[in-house]
Ligand binder design. Structure first.
Ligand SMILES: Nc1ncnc2c1ncn2[C@@H]1O[C@H](COP(=O)(O)OP(=O)(O)O)[C@@H](O)[C@H]1O
Ligand SMILES: [Mg+2]
Length: 271
């Protein structure tokens, strides 16, 4: 296989990395989902995670989020080793991590304002969160975040009244309110057309510019041109490329994607 390039932009000396995988395997039953992953993501880096379906992208993101634990090796996120955390410690860590799923997972029965304010749940006490359903707390924060995603006039809409792209932007507004230190997004644009996809990726990277580390798994490779510092490619659970987007080549992508290669949109990539 193609040689693995060294990771770009190592963290400045003395600065802790936000994500560290040390020789990580993830198995479920007999199935190997990830094997031998070593990875260090310094604070503030914007990482794109690519690979064909079933290559382990979602599994890797879920390990970063503390939603799965490694079968071997260790995963350290924001200075804490996920396998050692329980209960409240784990909740506290998760509250610092924003996760944008493939489906926007808004709560359909709650108005946009309440959905956005769910970004505050990790910070608020239970009584405050419940009271917020009656008298929304920090409505100005929700409104400002919605303005950032150009939905300032939809504060009181129901999610069902919005298009798929607008719902995804509400989910991003929720992340803006949460102000995560680590932002994970799992194929956030696969359900959208490419123009909307580009907008969503730009919003995510804007959010990243506010000092958070970002890992985004992408199905459409044309979005790689949007300003990622680093690309990780997975194939059958193994990390087969780790380097800047400029080092990607058609040969490498052909090797990584196999029969899926023909379905990739590579026109906008300067390969
Ligand atoms: N809970 C599970 N049990 C067994 N196999 C799983 C489970 N979740 C995912 N897999 C398998 O692990 C592999 C990697 O899955 P996933 O991380 O979802 O890949 P991707 O996100 O790149 O499509 C796939 O072959 C998938 O079928
Ligand atoms: Mg997936």
């Amino acid at each position: 296989m193609t040689s693995t390039a060294p990771a770009p932009s190592a963290s400045p000396r003395g600065q802790a990395a936000d994500v560290v995988f040390a020789d990580v395997d993830k198995r479920i039953g007999d199935k190997v989902l990830l094997a031998g992953i070593d990875l260090t993501v310094p604070h503030g880096q914007r990482v794109a995670l690519i690979g064909p379906s079933g290559s382990g992208k979602t599994t890797l993101l879920r390990l970063c989020a503390g939603l799965l634990w490694p079968s071997r090796g260790s995963v350290t996120v924001l200075g804490q080793t996920t396998g050692e955390l329980r209960g409240r410690e784990l909740c506290r860590l998760r509250s610092k991590i924003g996760f944008l799923h493939q489906q926007d997972n808004l709560v359909p029965a709650l108005r946009v304002a309440h959905n956005v304010l769910m970004g505050k749940l990790g910070e608020w006490s239970v009584p405050r969160a419940l009271w917020s359903l009656v008298a929304p707390q920090q409505l100005d924060a929700a409104h400002a975040a919605l303005q950032d995603v150009e939905l300032g006039d939809r504060l009181w809409a129901m999610p069902g009244e919005l298009s798929g792209g607008e719902q995804q932007r509400v989910a991003i507004a929720r992340l803006l309110v949460q102000q995560p230190r680590l932002l994970l997004a799992d194929e956030p644009v696969s359900a959208l057309d490419i123009r909307l996809g580009r907008e969503v990726v730009r919003l995510l990277l804007d959010l990243a510019a506010r000092q958070c580390t970002t890992i985004v798994s992408l199905h459409s490779l044309e979005l790689l041109a949007e300003g990622f510092d680093r690309v990780l490619a997975l194939r059958a659970g193994e990390l087969v490329f780790d380097g800047p987007p400029a080092q990607l080549s058609r040969e490498l992508l052909q090797d990584v994607y196999g029969t899926e290669y023909r379905t990739l949109h590579l026109e906008d990539l300067n390969l």
